[in-house]
Design a protein. Structure first.
Length: 293
């Protein structure tokens, strides 16, 4: 079990994480979502024992995580900057990872390197941004650490490489269950991987719930613009799209089945709420007056 109790992280007068309480069941894939500056990386740094909270505590199986070697050996924290020496060759970086982690799978690392066409003879300094992201993914997946944290580490990869990564992550997770936290801005692209979603904004956790529960929270209504507008009257609109005479509105909250049946008879189509629509709605609300001074 992973617990965060009243975790606060401050940089001088700037509070990046503000009194966060979280309980994370193990062997689950989490999506950590938040706008730039929301506190995601600071929170993950505390979770990975990279940073001591200014207040509060992080517990892993009941033990305080910071500067705890038993916890550190079981955590793999991969950031987009890569915490490796630029002068090292890729193969040396992989060998070092193998010496540090009892769960490291060298054969799997070699398979991933071949899949991503990563030249292990190169020095890290010679890698492109996309190749550095690939190296991060190899380090994260092949470590098979009980707690694996990937903080925007794959954003430099192209669409094909990211698709391969998503597929490989899910396949390996099913074969070797562990706790995986993905921090990402590519919400629509990766949302199907998430079992639970955590949304942060301004240093606080706005939402933590199962993905299926979030998808059942609202409905997207699509059809002729006038009919959709009339149907949406009285509902909270989370998002909208229009193309020609067709309009799609995402509505918050469950709909009355009789209303849905009537809408379908009128030619409206109904679909589940998108995680991205919910995220945009929750994190685009105006700041309270006292927070904007």
């Amino acid at each position: 079990m992973i617990e965060m109790r009243g975790v606060t992280i401050a940089y001088g007068r700037t509070v990046a994480v503000d009194g966060v309480d979280l309980t994370l069941p193990v062997n689950t894939i989490y999506g950590l979502l938040g706008r730039n500056g929301s506190g995601k990386t600071s929170l993950l740094s505390a979770l990975a024992s990279y940073r001591r909270p200014s207040a509060g505590t992080v517990l892993v199986d009941g033990e305080e995580a910071f500067e705890n070697p038993r916890v550190a050996r079981r955590v793999s924290f991969i950031r987009d900057t890569l915490d490796v020496s630029d002068s090292e060759r890729v193969r040396c970086v992989l060998r070092t990872a193998g010496r540090l982690r009892a769960t490291w799978d060298a054969d799997y690392a070699a398979k991933l390197s071949d899949m991503f066409e990563l030249d292990t003879r190169k020095r890290v300094s010679a890698l492109s941004r996309g190749q550095r992201s690939m190296l991060g993914v190899v380090l994260g997946l092949a470590s098979r650490a009980p707690l694996t944290i990937l903080d925007e580490s794959y954003l430099g990869m192209d669409a094909v490489a990211r698709t391969l990564f998503y597929r490989e992550l899910l396949d390996d997770y099913l074969s070797h269950p562990r706790t995986i936290v993905l921090s990402t801005h590519l919400i629509e692209e990766v949302a199907d991987l998430f079992e639970r979603v955590i949304i942060m904004d301004r240093g606080r956790v706005l939402l933590h719930d199962e993905t299926d529960a979030l998808r059942g929270r609202g409905v997207t209504v699509t059809g002729p613009a006038a009919l959709v507008t009339a149907f949406a009257a009285g509902h909270t609109v989370l998002g909208e799209q229009s193309l020609g005479g067709v309009r799609a509105l995402t509505l918050d909250g469950p709909l009355d089945p009789d209303d849905v049946a009537r809408g379908e008879r009128d030619g409206l189509a109904f679909g589940p709420l998108g995680i991205q629509d919910l995220f945009v709605h929750l994190t685009s609300q105006p700041r309270p007056l006292e927070a904007t001074r």
